[in-house]
Design a binder for this molecule. Structure first.
Ligand SMILES: [Zn+2]
Length: 128
């Protein structure tokens, strides 16, 4: 089994095994650059969204108004419920995005599996 000719981000030699004549693993094969870029752009979580920042500001303002007596408790409570609905919607959107990400990764894995199986059947048909 051959080793990938690529180098990792830290400069070390990639340890992935490859099937000759393939010289690079999936991550280091230039043919997959576009797919990798798409996979990377599907990620990008961890930073709070603009919507979530806006919700924080809205909640802060609602709280201040109620405490100061500028807003009746009833409309404030309705506003709070609406914020809750919006949070559930955000959560739903996040799950959909995550699912898209997972489907993309699965497709990549399936592609890799198919390539490996092809290589395997080619080898056994040679009677090696
Ligand atoms: Zn590699």
């Amino acid at each position: 089994m051959a080793r990938c000719a690529g180098t990792k981000r830290n400069g070390a030699r990639c340890t992935a095994t490859v099937e000759p004549p393939q010289a690079f693993c999936w991550w280091h094969d230039d043919a997959n650059a576009e797919q990798r870029r798409r996979a990377a752009s599907r990620g990008g979580r961890g930073k709070p969204s603009r919507v979530s920042r806006d919700l924080h500001l809205l909640l802060e303002s609602l709280t201040e108004q109620v405490v100061a007596g500028d807003l009746e408790p009833y409309p404030a409570s309705v506003a709070g419920q609406l914020v809750g609905v919006r949070l559930r919607l955000l959560e739903y959107e996040r799950r959909v995005k995550e699912q898209d990400e997972l489907v993309g990764r699965l497709e990549e894995l399936e592609e890799q599996g198919r390539a490996a199986k092809d290589a395997e059947s080619r080898r056994s048909s040679w009677g090696a």
